[in-house]
Design a protein around this ligand. Structure first.
Ligand code: GLC
Length: 559
């Protein structure tokens, strides 16, 4: 393929992810092209111009593969195709080509920790019985107790309940158990199996050769388990930080994946990127995943979880920037967490996946949350590194906390018997236009309603309404992304902290041409003076009289 020069201000194709703005696209909820109430690839293709105008460099697609959808596509039955509800492989090929024509890269989700229980390998494992080669690709074990009636160990599923399910053997007897760190429909692969390793390498090649530019690795730190599968103590849930999971073998896997990515990076098309989903709390443990010849980068969840507090944010930013080998990533929200507008509108603004019910207990001040989320957007987009924007964040959508119980789809809701509301509230279909549901999400005359109900208040937050409103969150995101892309001070330059009052964050980015942009974020309860000689490039809220109001950020041209 001939080399296409990058448009001025865009990152070089060979390091494109280092400072990219990456839009996380949750296909089910982005845009419905065929009227079945579920988003699809036709819907995405129709809205590529929207994404190009927004000013993003890449799209990360949540899983689009054939799936029984027990966990919204994170239970995959075929890693080399597209679920019919989303379209066809030909649609994906066309989408990749069209996105590239808009200078937009494509990242796809690969889920290596587990498959679907309908994956042909798992179906074959059930049929083949105990001790078979087919079962060795998963974690089958006999139960404990007199007749094997107790699970092999005490591990709990991350989604609630036991991490083990007992199977009925081909002869009809109650038999072995299999491990699933998530839902029972998501059996964990045994990464000690050479078949598993080979097959995923082939999956990577399959998608890289179709033009995909990057892979987001789901649950990247969970793959390798201590094969003795020992009990954990007390109510611990074995997760990425647990010694039974935090093991060296996973790094060999990612080194081989990196070699494949490098092999496909050699052409003119640009480098292929690997990003891991690693929920680890501190930078030193994250650093192991981005060591030499491993993943290019990892998601920055400490930043996402951080409360709206200057000192805590400064700490997370500093420790993120110590990951010297990997460009930083900045994430305010994704499909697994409460939307940022709601988080920042509560009296406790931190977040923690394991304590979602606690956070849902707080009242949400949407106006306050929106003001802070706007300020956070400018702070985030001024930091050196890549920024991830979860669809709907650019519209300022809040978490939908009042979805009727009978419509909830997230397995977390059922597996915790309603104790944890789950993640549906951040996955509600986007509002595009019009004054009532489906707000242009589905075409006129659609035969089905959106798969989750949209709040009627979203009439003011549609893409059409916000495009027409100069004060909207969408207009702020567009402006910020435009400046971030064109301003030399935001090219791979480090940040330099500036002295400030308590509760305020201020740092400079110095461009090669001698231009400096300063970002000031006021997280304190009082207005703070701005430097007298500075010109405002962009502000997250009204700025008058040379002072920056509380919960407001500004980008200034200084020097
Ligand atoms: C990751 C995904 C989440 C999914 C889980 C199991 O955390 O982001 O949505 O449910 O893995 O695949």
């Amino acid at each position: 393929m001939p080399s296409v020069p990058a448009p001025s201000g865009s990152p070089s194709p060979h390091t494109w992810w280092r400072g990219a703005a990456i839009y996380q696209l949750y296909v089910r909820s982005f845009a419905d092209g065929d009227g079945d109430g579920i988003g699809d690839l036709a819907g995405v293709r129709a809205h590529l111009p929207y994404l190009a105008t927004l000013g993003i460099d890449a799209i990360w697609f949540n899983p689009w593969y054939p799936s029984p959808m027990a966990d919204a596509g994170y239970d995959i039955s075929d890693y080399r195709s597209i679920d019919p509800v989303f379209g066809t492989l030909a649609d994906a090929d066309a989408l990749i080509a069209e996105a590239h024509a808009h200078q937009i890269k494509i990242i796809i989700d690969v889920v290596p920790n587990h498959s679907s229980d309908r994956h042909p390998w798992f179906v074959a494992a059930l049929a083949a019985g105990p001790g078979s080669a087919e079962r060795s690709r998963f974690w089958f074990r006999p139960g404990r107790g007199v007749s094997g009636e107790l699970p092999p160990n005490n591990w709990q599923s991350i989604f609630g309940g036991s991490a083990w399910t007992r199977v009925t053997e081909p002869d009809g007897s109650q038999g072995e158990w299999y491990l699933h760190l998530f839902a029972p429909e998501q059996p964990d692969f045994n990464w000690g199996s050479a078949d598993v390793r080979r097959d995923f390498e082939d999956v990577l090649r399959f998608w890289f050769s179709r033009g995909v530019d990057g892979i987001r690795i789901d649950s990247a730190a969970l793959l390798c388990k201590d094969a003795a599968l020992p009990d954990v103590s007390g109510s611990e849930v074995p997760g990425p930080a647990h010694p039974f999971m935090d093991r060296d073998d996973v790094h060999e896997i990612y080194q081989s994946w990196r070699a494949i990515a490098d092999e496909y990076s050699a052409g003119d098309h640009g480098d292929r990127m690997l990003i891991g989903e690693v929920w680890l709390p501190d930078a030193s443990r994250l650093a192991r995943y981005v060591g030499p010849g491993e993943l290019h980068t990892v998601f920055n969840f400490p930043y996402l979880n951080c409360p709206w507090d200057a000192q805590s944010l400064r700490q997370v930013i500093d420790s993120t920037l110590t990951l010297a080998d990997a460009p930083a990533t900045w994430v305010l929200s994704n499909h697994d967490v409460d939307r940022v507008v709601s988080r920042y509108g509560r009296s406790d603004t931190a977040f923690d996946l394991d304590r979602r019910p606690y956070f849902h207990g707080f009242a949400v001040d949407l106006a306050l949350g929106t003001r802070r989320a706007r300020a956070a957007a400018l702070l985030t987009m001024a930091l050196p590194g890549a920024v991830y924007i979860y669809q709907g964040e650019e519209l300022g959508l809040g978490e939908v906390q009042d979805i009727p119980d009978e419509l909830r789809q997230d397995p977390i809701w059922a597996r915790t018997h309603g104790a944890d509301p789950g993640r549906d509230g951040s996955r509600v279909p986007l509002p595009w236009s019009g004054t009532e549901p489906p707000f242009g999400f589905s075409p006129a005359g659609a035969k089905s309603e959106p798969w989750l109900p949209q709040p009627k208040e979203w009439r003011d937050l549609t893409v059409a309404a916000e495009s027409a409103n100069p004060d909207s969150v969408l207009r702020l995101y567009r402006a910020a992304l435009r400046i971030r892309r064109s301003e030399p001070a935001f090219d791979e330059t480090p940040l330099t902290w500036q002295p400030t009052a308590d509760g305020v964050l201020a740092f400079d980015r110095h461009g090669a041409a001698g231009t400096t942009v300063r970002c000031v974020a006021n997280l304190s309860p009082v207005p703070v003076p701005l430097p007298p000689d500075a010109a405002v490039l962009l502000a997250s809220g009204p700025v008058y009289g040379g002072v920056l109001p509380p919960d407001t950020s500004v980008w200034l041209r200084v020097g």
